[in-house]
Design a protein. Structure first.
Lengths: 255, 336
């Protein structure tokens, strides 16, 4: 299936009661690219992620991954085939220490299948792998941070923990739901290399963002949504100059 | 004016016993083993002490059954996030199955109890499966409903002995076997569960409680995990039920009595939720208490409720959490 696009969505629609959250949104993503999704508040970005990753069922439309239809699959099955996601509102396991948070993805059937949970040799255990992954994502191994309760971590670390939870699954695609929002400039500066590193490792990234400047630094292509409709797609420099995008962000009078 | 603040600090010995150095001196070893040994030896010797007051020996057995139910409630509620009011359901299913195996199929008692526990666990899990994908109070409601449902079914259809129940179950060989079967089982389940919830698979279950969406995003089927937890909890409950049926040599509708649902929950509240051992300690306080209060007739419910309300209002964390804190930490006043 080499000619089929890596991930594609065709005509995704979703309405909650009378509210049309998504109207006929389609897009295609190539393997290894960073694809940005932007749009004002309530434009349906997170709903789109939820539809694709199986957290809600799309009202209409189809989702294909490597040429295989995955529309309406349950979330755990979609995660199992390699489509991982972070949550906009961080959802760590608050009662567990940070490194124990990763035991759960490392225990998953996908990690068992890929053997990703095995650390040093045959008898390596999950705890070791968990600390390794955390170090990779910016937790100092020798500090006390990885061993602290997840509830006591600052926002920046909790965002990293979200990413670590995805990476532990060794996914092929990661949907990042606003990983930059709520972070300070220095925290973003620390986060951007992680994104670039993941891209170099061949992970396809789909990033929903409000922080446009930071997003455009890393994104290859961008799609803009407004009131659930796709209004522009293409290179970031072209999308930001698009009239409809400007209208959506600034209002009709300002343009 | 000087402001003072209460500060809570770990005891030196607690910190010393956290690593491998704990085995370097007998004091540290004693600090770690003491409370555990106190509990284990205490429970094991209980029937021997009670030779002095034979009436109370029966209470020990019932107390342990309630302890099993409280453990299963604590496990489901505080480690998996399922509030289960189904103690009566588990006991009833376990008891009736044991009676069927023993009386109708003629299996000896040492087979009927384990078979009933296993069969009952499968049966209960299968019946509770439809409400596992739902979040919220549905699970609690359904578990509360099933014992009432089965009571009426047995009554109305006059099956399984009807209102008289199934009589003529084999008793356990002798008094001491009666005691120690349930005591050892309680200890095994208590320490086994404590170990289980800290294993990797136990952490996944705790993840389901903390936030199930993240677990789903990690590629794990949460319905399957919940079913596994319900299976474990109902196995424990059904074992208790099967044991009671053989203890009374009778399986009847009173096995579906709501006492089996309510007292374990009250015990967990008193003992401290999420500690597991608190559940056991809680039953060891509540069940004898209700036995003492028997003299007051129905008025005991009032005293019972007052005690429970007092606990919820003044020590809602529970006895065991409080004791653990006192054991591991000390408090002092510091200036701010």
């Amino acid at each position: 299936m080499s000619d089929a696009p890596f991930l594609s969505a065709k005509g995704i629609s979703k309405s909650f009661g009378g509210l049309k959250a998504l109207v006929d949104v389609s897009f295609e993503i190539q393997q290894g690219e960073i694809y940005g999704i932007i749009g004002p508040n309530g434009s349906g970005k997170t709903t789109l992620i939820n539809c694709i990753t199986g957290f809600i069922k799309p009202g209409a439309g189809r989702v294909y991954f490597k040429g295989k239809e995955i529309t309406g699959w349950p979330a755990h099955k979609i995660a199992h085939i390699g489509i991982s996601r972070t949550f906009q509102i961080m959802r760590p396991y608050y009662t567990l220490p940070a490194f124990k948070n990763l035991i759960i993805p490392l225990w998953s059937p996908r990690a068992k299948k890929t053997g990703g949970w095995r650390g040093g040799g045959k008898h390596g255990d999950r705890d070791t792998v968990a600390v390794d992954i955390l170090e990779e994502i910016g937790f100092e191994r020798d500090s006390r941070v990885p061993y602290k309760l997840a509830s006591t971590l600052p926002t920046g670390y909790q965002k990293r923990l979200e990413l670590a939870r995805c990476i532990a699954m060794r996914p092929e695609i990661i949907f990042c739901d606003e990983v930059f929002s709520g972070l300070s400039m220095s925290e973003i500066a620390g986060m951007t290399p992680l994104i670039e590193k993941m891209k170099m490792e061949g992970i396809t990234l789909i990033m929903v963002e409000h922080r446009l400047r930071e997003l455009f630094r890393v994104a290859d292509r961008v799609m803009a949504l407004n009131f659930g409709e796709k209004i522009a797609e293409g290179l970031s420099s072209a999308v930001i100059e698009d009239k409809r995008v400007k209208e959506a962000y600034l209002g009709k009078e300002a343009v | 004016m000087e402001m003072m603040r209460k500060e809570r600090i770990d005891r030196g010995i607690k910190v010393r016993t956290e690593g491998l150095y704990a085995i370097s001196s007998y004091r540290e070893i004693l600090y770690l083993l003491g409370p555990r040994l106190l509990l284990i030896v205490g429970i094991l010797l209980l029937p021997l002490f009670l030779e002095l007051v034979p009436y109370w020996k029966r209470v020990v057995n019932i107390m342990c059954v309630y302890a099993l139910l409280a453990l299963s409630f604590d496990f489901l509620a505080n480690y998996v996030g399922l509030v289960c009011l189904g103690g009566a359901f588990f006991v009833g299913v376990g008891g009736y199955l044991s009676a069927i195996f023993n009386v109708y199929l003629g299996l000896p008692v040492y087979l009927s109890i384990p078979f009933a526990a296993m069969g009952g666990a499968i049966f209960c899990t299968a019946l509770l499966l439809p409400c596992l994908p739902l979040r919220g109070v549905y699970f609690a409601i359904v578990t509360l409903m099933y014992p009432l449902f089965f009571t009426r079914v047995v009554e109305a259809l006059n099956i399984l002995g009807g209102t008289n129940g199934i009589t003529g179950l084999d008793s356990l060989p002798n008094e001491y076997v009666e005691h120690y079967v349930i005591i050892i089982m309680t200890l095994i389940i208590l320490f086994g569960m404590r170990r289980f919830v800290n294993q990797d698979i136990g952490l996944v279950l705790r993840g389901v409680k903390d936030n199930d969406q993240s677990v789903r995003a990690s590629g794990i089927n949460i319905t399957y995990m919940k079913a596994l937890a319900v299976f474990i909890a109902s196995f424990v409950g059904c074992f208790g039920g099967a044991y009671i049926a053989h203890l009374y040599m009778w399986a009847g509708l009173s096995l579906f009595a709501l006492d089996f649902s309510i007292i374990p929950i009250a015990s967990v509240v008193i003992g401290g939720g999420g500690t597991l051992v608190g559940a056991v300690i809680g039953t060891f306080i509540l069940v004898p208490l209700s036995e003492i209060l028997r003299a007051f007739g129905t008025f005991r419910i009032v005293i019972y409720c007052a005690a429970l309300t007092g606990f919820i209002v003044f020590k809602s964390e529970g006895l065991m959490v409080y004791l653990q804190r006192k054991y591991h930490q000390f408090e002092r006043w510091v200036k701010i």
